[in-house]
Design a protein around this ligand. Structure first.
Ligand SMILES: [Fe+2]
Ligand SMILES: [Fe+2]
Length: 213
């Protein structure tokens, strides 16, 4: 028999997930590291710095994805929607892990504002969940679509020698496209233009900040 989770149970589960997101040991799907078979090439200082900045942005984005999905899972009404968000969030954990590993290979650091990216995204996700499932799913679809576009920008911006980061971003790109499609198929509504615009602006502030910080 399935146990009914109270709001308090959900809150405790989420607090636990937040802590694992911020401090490590996240649950992943166990897929292999996409750069595993890609040979590493020596980067000069500028290339290393630029690649690190880009991967720091992507890591911050994945932290934000955790916040959004977990916030939504807390407030989404339909059980299937909640389940679907949680599955996608587990795949986002893979991305988070891969970006983390790549940043370490590049001998760089994660964004120092990681807790801020997480907490603000969690709040936005929870609000989207409260707005109702079709909006919540529409929000996932729009977020993922914007991430797909953003990743395509990084394909061109990465130093040519950084094939390892590229291999990671390519796999993430495939996953995010699928997340977007799944959310639309599950009944996600198209968001009004001002909301989409605001989401884009918020993402831009985050990317500009996380590149350095
Ligand atoms: Fe992701
Ligand atoms: Fe995603």
């Amino acid at each position: 028999m399935q146990r009914h989770l109270t709001a308090l149970d959900q809150l405790i589960i989420n607090a636990d997930k937040s802590l694992t997101t911020l401090f490590g040991n996240t649950r992943t799907t166990g897929r292999p590291y996409p750069a595993k078979e890609t040979p590493s090439q020596e980067l000069n200082k500028d290339e290393q710095q630029h690649a690190s900045g880009l991967m720091r942005i992507n890591h911050a984005g994945e932290v934000a994805a955790q916040g959004l999905y977990q916030g939504q899972a807390l407030t989404a009404k339909l059980p299937e929607v909640r389940q679907q968000m949680e599955r996608a969030a587990t795949e986002e954990n893979d991305h988070l892990d891969w970006c983390d590993q790549r940043l370490q290979e590049l001998q760089s650091h994660k964004s120092r504002l990681t807790p801020l990216w997480y907490s603000s995204s969690f709040t936005i996700g929870a609000l989207a969940g409260l707005a109702g499932d079709k909006w919540s799913l529409g929000f996932v679809a729009e977020t993922e679509k914007q991430v797909v576009k953003h990743l395509e920008g990084h394909f061109n911006s990465l130093p040519e020698k950084d094939q390892r980061s590229l291999a990671i971003l390519k796999q993430m790109h495939a996953d995010e496209s699928q997340h977007a499609q799944a959310a639309v198929e599950a009944g996600g509504a198209a968001l009004p233009w001002p909301v989409r615009k605001l989401m884009g602006l918020t993402a831009e502030i985050m990317t500009r900040t996380a590149y350095k910080w």
